[in-house]
Write a protein that binds this ligand. Structure first.
Ligand SMILES: *[C@@H]1O[C@H](CO)[C@@H](O)[C@H](O)[C@H]1NC(C)=O
Ligand SMILES: *[C@@H]1O[C@H](CO)[C@@H](O)[C@H](O)[C@H]1NC(C)=O
Length: 478
């Protein structure tokens, strides 16, 4: 009895080791290291050199390397690979900009392909980075396609939803429609994140059903491979090793499945960007005739009713940030594989019939399968402590900007009904993790982003903008 339990202990220790090792192996985010490189120039030789080099440096995994070769070398299509490089730039920039106010500020992406500890396992931060990069890849590919920069990928189709949503108005279409569907398809291809339930990027409407678990596409080939491996292990006759490798491959599949899911959350969110931009013709402001084309809406574009029609009201970036802030779900994994994810109990669950056999839902219940609506991010490991230096080189929150707890801005956030726990991290007591902070008065040019509103004026005669230097009161963690 006691030897058995010791065996079991050893087995678990090995599994844990394998798990730690494998999560590092499966980190599929290293391609963001392309951030450090400039656009690929035309030419097969350079392209081949580039793809090989990126593979050597482990920036591209095997699938991504294949993508690189297929497009840049075989098809002499440098544009597709340049779009990936551009996406890496945009992802890193956007992430750092959006996360200035969170304890985890995304600065670790500057080090990729070297990975900070939180990017080596299935943390909330890794999930967010995956989703964000899926979003950026889809929209960047789509833009580059409609600009004619990627071969075999041109303009998209006319938006059919417009006539449905505004039946009483007349639209003429002109120009190149953005090709988001193709953008999403290329993103999935590069990421090896083919959607579960098969279908080659087919769109089945908004409330698409997804296959419950993992990718079914290529499942045949995969199961063949698995069978092959199993036989090989049997022939070699190492019982314990086969157990271990089975555990390992199961865990690897689990990691891939979660990564693929998070990537797809971003890829799907890109559809929120789809909009139609129109120009009005005819007598002034009557807008009797509109010529329109489909575009991808970007944050801060001007929203004028007659010239810009959005299909959705939400920015995909906000949607992803909100998921990171409030809609994270922990996955449940055991010896036998992926079991599901934790969902908070609903009111109904809590007050379930006491005569029923199953225990009452106290906090969380486990839902099997994958989330179907793409409205949550999945993680497995709890986040690290981002307060302090990690691995001797990834900084904590020292010198980070924060809002003094008593300040009106901080109070607004603390009292807001929509801000989740992570949005509140901007407050000094949280950002500085209990350490003190300092107040600093800074002088800036009037054109500084945070000054413009208060210190710039539009003069009409002569027509120009004048800005006066501005003072900003800021606080930083010690
Ligand atoms: C990226 O480039 C910068 C300089 O351009 C360099 O200092 C840095 O080490 C590079 N990062 C990686 C991960 O290669
Ligand atoms: C910093 O300034 C805020 C007002 O903006 C004040 O409430 C706070 O006490 C100051 N903190 C320190 C450490 O000076």
């Amino acid at each position: 009895m006691s030897t058995l339990s010791r065996d079991k202990q050893i087995w678990w220790a090995l599994l844990l080791l394998a798990v730690t090792f494998l999560t590092q192996q499966c980190a599929a985010i290293k391609w963001l290291g392309l951030n450090n490189y400039s656009q690929l120039t035309e030419g097969r030789l350079q392209a081949e050199f580039f793809c090989n080099r990126m593979r050597q440096l482990d920036v591209l995994n095997r699938k991504q390397f294949k993508f690189c070769k297929k497009f840049a070398v075989e098809r002499s299509d440098a544009g597709a690979v340049s779009a990936v490089i551009k996406s890496a730039h945009i992802t890193v920039e956007t992430c750092q900009k959006q996360f200035r106010h969170f304890r985890w500020d995304c600065s670790v992406l500057r080090h990729v392909p070297e990975l900070a500890p939180e990017l080596k396992s299935l943390t909330a931060e890794q999930a967010l980075v995956h989703a964000l990069s899926g979003l950026v890849l889809s929209t960047t590919f789509a833009d580059e396609c409609s600009r004619g920069l990627i071969r075999r990928c041109g303009c998209g189709r006319q938006p059919t939803w417009l006539a449905r949503e505004r039946p009483q108005q007349q639209f003429h279409f002109d120009g190149c429609h953005t090709n988001l569907r193709m953008g999403q398809r290329l993103a999935r291809k590069f990421l090896g994140a083919s959607r579960s339930g098969g279908g080659r990027g087919r769109r089945i409407g908004r409330g698409r059903r997804r296959g419950g678990r993992g990718g079914r596409r290529g499942a045949g080939r995969r199961s063949q491979r698995r069978e092959h491996r199993r036989r090989k292990v049997q022939l070699e006759g190492h019982g314990s090793r086969s157990d271990r490798s089975r555990g390992r491959s199961k865990f690897r599949k689990f990691v891939q499945m979660v990564n693929r899911y998070n990537y797809n959350v971003g890829i799907e969110a890109s559809r929120l960007s789809e909009a139609v931009r129109c120009k009005c013709h005819g007598s002034s402001a009557s807008c009797a005739i509109r010529t329109c084309h489909k575009v991808l809406h970007r944050r801060n574009y001007q929203h004028l009713e007659h010239t810009y029609i959005r299909r959705y009201n939400r920015d995909p970036l906000d949607v992803l940030l909100e998921m990171y802030d409030k809609k994270l779900r922990k996955t449940v994994y055991s010896e036998s594989g992926y079991l599901g994810y934790e969902e908070p109990c609903s009111q109904e669950d809590r007050s379930s019939n006491p005569l029923r056999a199953e225990p009452k839902c106290e906090n969380y219940k486990v839902v099997s399968g994958m989330p179907t609506k793409n409205d949550v991010l999945l993680f497995h490991e709890h986040s690290l402590d981002y307060c302090h230096l990690r691995d001797g080189r990834f900084p904590g929150t020292q010198n980070r900007e924060c809002l003094p707890d008593g300040s009106p801005a901080a109070q607004r956030i603390l009292k807001s009904a929509t801000a989740g726990p992570k949005r509140r991290e901007i407050v000094c007591s949280v950002m500085c993790c209990g350490r003190t902070y300092r107040n600093v008065t800074e002088q800036h040019e009037g054109t500084h982003e945070e000054c413009q509103k208060s210190s710039c004026k539009l003069l009409t005669n002569p027509y120009r903008v004048i800005c006066t230097p501005c003072q900003l009161l800021k606080s930083y963690c010690n």
